[in-house]
Design a protein around this ligand. Structure first.
Ligand code: GLN
Length: 468
């Protein structure tokens, strides 16, 4: 039995196992071979596990997610030698189901970025066109799933790091409702925003993996009980009310090819029985990015204080403690984390706290209320996930604000704590276009149902053209 890693969904890979057409080891080795063959070009992985225990199928894991006995670097030199002594809760959940970690995937350093170019270990490449970025920060997981180096993966999303790479690489990714998935054992970036979520080749796999990792965890007090996950089967969208925020659709800065692909998906949705109506999120889109780039760096500046050369990873020499810490942080942290620590420390400092951090918190409440009001009239909101298709490596790396603006469509719902899922909806210039469905708090089942029906109707082939 040959294991067609390029085409198998996780459900199909699992089917091979349960029908005894392939053993767990055979499946694992097939993916290792695929990694050996295709990863030199893609650099999706920072670390490959030769033989992780378990009886099930493999999973790739973003390198911000702690894995016992397996290096966890968060894409940073400062954690280069860090090997966790315990599993994060999401990994423990995966292990209970027999899933085997096949490797740790590349990420922008501390998940700060939209292209993986901020990884201390070099960028990943987009399987559709290796001269382009796979998105970020979870570009490694995205490239791995897109190129069939793993049937599915775990990512983490603070302001778009699951959804945007899924859009740029042409597959499915869910950022779950804040509080539904434990952050225990996950390298913290901005704790009020960070969420772990599934990266998959189709919506059913995504829903299943979400059911595995979600739920209340006594080690993360922000988690809650989660409604039972329903694996989607629906083929129509009868009765579904779709809101289309006008600031996020066809607006300035969104590529024409992206708008066109999302527009045809919306027409398809109508033909499947959904009602589609324009709506507005004026403040969320205008202020979302600015607000995020105060809140997230502020929290990051506190979270990253723990990398002091004493507790984890890298340590540089110094004449005294203070000098040791300074030299360690200077040598171990890259430009983007340093930039954010400085912005965050500034925004939190006495005299500026109210003006910056305090104001951002109030704006965040406005963003939340704007979304809540729309969910009184709509079941889901739809927009492009990313304003552009995958851009060339190097195109935005010297212009942080241009890079930040790539998140303009994913950030608002993240600030509001809401779930969002990307499905591929077509091609523009031969590259995948992503459509995001945003739901109300705990609205994952509605999102899965809608996304599954749309996915069937669109019929997008997730295998990159050049690999077919
Ligand atoms: N691109 C955004 C940032 O740089 C979001 C990253 C993320 O979701 N981790 O912060």
């Amino acid at each position: 039995m040959t294991v067609d890693t390029l085409r198998l969904s996780a459900e199909e890979a699992n089917g091979l196992l349960t029908r005894r057409e392939a053993s767990s080891d055979e499946i694992y080795r097939a993916y290792l071979d695929a990694i050996g063959e295709r990863d030199p070009e893609l650099h999706a992985f920072l670390y490959v596990c030769e033989n992780d225990p378990g009886e099930g199928i493999p999973i790739a894991v973003k390198d911000v997610i702690g894995t016992r006995g397996i290096p966890t670097t968060a894409g940073s030199k400062i954690l280069e030698s860090y090997i966790p002594v315990y599993d994060s809760t999401v990994i423990a959940n995966c292990r209970e189901r027999g899933l085997r970690v096949i490797g740790k995937t590349n990420t922008d350093e501390f998940a700060m970025g939209s292209s993986t170019e901020n990884s201390a270990f070099g960028p990943s490449h987009n399987p559709w066109d290796p001269s382009r970025v796979p998105g970020g920060s979870g570009g490694g997981s995205a490239a791995a799933v897109s190129a069939g180096l793993a049937p599915w993966a775990l990512g983490s999303d603070t302001g778009g790091s699951i959804k945007q790479p899924a859009a740029l690489c042409g597959h499915v990714g869910l950022r779950p409702t804040y509080g539904t998935v434990s952050r225990y054992g996950v390298v913290a970036f901005a704790s009020s925003l960070d969420q772990v979520g599934p990266v998959a080749r189709n919506v059913r796999d995504c829903a299943f993996l979400y059911s595995v990792i979600s739920g209340r965890d006594e080690n993360d007090s922000t988690t809650v009980d989660v409604p039972a996950v329903e694996l989607p089967t629906a083929e129509d969208l009868k009765g579904l009310r779709i809101g289309v925020p006008k600031e996020m659709n066809g607006a300035a800065g969104i590529e024409g090819g992206v708008t066109a692909a999302v527009q045809s998906a919306l027409e398809l949705a109508e033909s499947l029985g959904a009602s589609v109506e324009e709506c507005s999120l004026p403040r969320s889109v205008d202020y979302g990015v600015a607000c995020y780039y105060l809140v997230a760096p502020a929290e990051a500046s506190a979270n990253l204080a723990r990398y002091d050369g004493v507790r984890y990873g890298l340590r540089d020499d110094g004449a005294d403690f203070r000098e040791m810490v300074m030299k360690t942080r200077d040598a171990g942290l890259g430009d983007e984390p340093k930039r954010r620590i400085m912005i965050g420390a500034y925004a939190l400092s006495a005299g500026y706290y109210d003006a910056y951090y305090g104001t951002a918190q109030k704006v965040r409440t406005v963003i939340k209320r704007e979304h809540d009001a729309l969910f009184e009239r709509f079941d889901v909101l739809v927009s492009p996930t990313s304003p552009t298709v995958a851009f060339p490596i190097g195109a935005k790396i010297d212009d942080p604000v241009a890079m930040y603006m790539n998140d303009v469509l994913t950030i608002p719902s993240c600030m509001a704590g809401l779930p969002g899922l990307n499905i591929p909806c077509g091609l523009s210039e031969g590259l995948p276009v992503g459509l995001q469905l945003i739901g109300p708090q705990f609205g994952e089942n509605t999102i899965f149902r809608a996304a599954h029906a749309l996915e069937q109707a669109i019929g997008f082939d997730v295998v990159p053209e050049r690999l077919r």
